[in-house]
Write a protein that binds this ligand. Structure first.
Ligand code: 4NP
Length: 155
């Protein structure tokens, strides 16, 4: 990954996991003094236009990031040529991305935890039907991924 990287995180609804991944990478990029383009989207469209889930907003706030202005959107084919990296939060979203990937797509498409040593192939579990504890686990996972990505960008 080069420091010209632009990163799009993708989950199902774009209201829980991918906004938290976006927040975690924004936080780590700021700490590292990197100015990279970061966004998130969902493979589904049910929550289009909505702010993140209140529990995700709370979790980000607890960790120093305000995500209240984020709005859910659905991924579109043009994203594959807007971003250098499209990063799925779990395997079903990775499969959906691979299915919609245009033939001329430039972006590298991967699973977030593939960037974390010892966790390749693992999913960031969906906290939507869970509790605050599940959102805390999501934050831990996305922060670990974000730190590894920043490590790749700064070495
Ligand atoms: P996310 O969580 O994919 O992490 O944003 C979900 C949000 C909404 C739904 C599922 C997962 N839903 O079924 O509406």
């Amino acid at each position: 990954m080069s420091s010209n990287a632009s990163v799009l995180f993708v989950c199902l609804g774009n209201i829980c996991r991918s906004p938290l991944a976006e927040a975690a990478l924004r936080l780590e990029a700021k700490k590292a003094g990197l100015n990279i383009v970061i966004d998130s989207a969902g493979t589904g469209d049910w929550h289009k236009g909505e702010p993140p889930d209140m529990r995700a907003q709370y979790t980000a706030h607890q960790n120093g990031v305000d995500i209240s202005t984020y709005r859910a959107r659905q991924i579109e084919p043009a994203d594959f040529n807007r971003f250098t990296h499209i990063i799925a939060l779990d395997r079903s979203n990775l499969a959906a991305l691979e299915k919609m990937r245009p033939v001329n797509a430039e972006a590298e498409v991967r699973l977030l935890l593939d960037y974390v040593p010892g966790r390749a192939g693992q999913a960031v579990a969906d906290p939507y039907y869970g509790t605050q504890k599940d959102f805390d686990i999501t934050w831990r996972d996305v922060s670990e991924g974000a730190k590894q990505i920043i490590g790749l960008l700064t070495r």
